[in-house]
Design a protein around this ligand. Sequence first.
Ligand code: HEC
Length: 130
Amino acid sequence: MKKILILILSLIFSAPSWANKNIDLAIKQYNPQTTLVASAARGKEKWFETRNVEGKERNCTKCHGEDLTKSGKHVKTGKTIDPLAASVNAERFTDLKKIEKWFKRNCKWTFERECTAQEKIDFLEYLRQF
Ligand code: HEC
C-alpha cells in the first residue's frame, strides 16, 4: 500500500520535470542555432501585453486566466480551458505540434500576427515556472 502511494506521489511530482524537458525541446526547435536567449521576464511582459481590438481588450489571460494553475475560460466560446501550468496538468507541453498550433492561433488572435521565435521561447520560459 505504502509503495503504491509513493509511486503515485512520485508520478505526480515528476510531471513538471518532464514538462521541463519538453519545453527544452520546444525551445530548441524554435532556436536551433541557439542564437536567441529566452527570458521569462520578457515572456511575462508579453503575456500581459494588452491590445485593444474593436473596443475590447485582448491578451493571453483572456482565455487562460490570471492564475495558470486554475482553469481558464475561452473568451469567445465560454468553454473551460484546463490549467496551463504543467505542475497541475501533466498533459501540458508534451506535444510540439500542439504547442506550435496554439501559438499560431493565439498569437494571431491576441496580436493579429504570428509570434516570432524570440517571443515563443520567452513565453515558454515564462510558462515553465508554473
Ligand atoms: C481566445 C482564447 C485564447 C487566448 C487569448 C490565448 N489562448 Fe492559449 N490556448 C487556447 C486554447 C483553446 C488552447 C487549447 C486547449 C487546451 O490546450 O486546453 C490553448 C493552448 C495554448 C498552449 C498549448 C499548451 C500545451 O498544452 O502544450 C499554449 C502554449 C498557449 N495556449 C499559449 C498562449 C499564449 C502565449 C497566449 C497569448 C499570446 C494565449 N495562449 C492566448 C485559447 C487561448
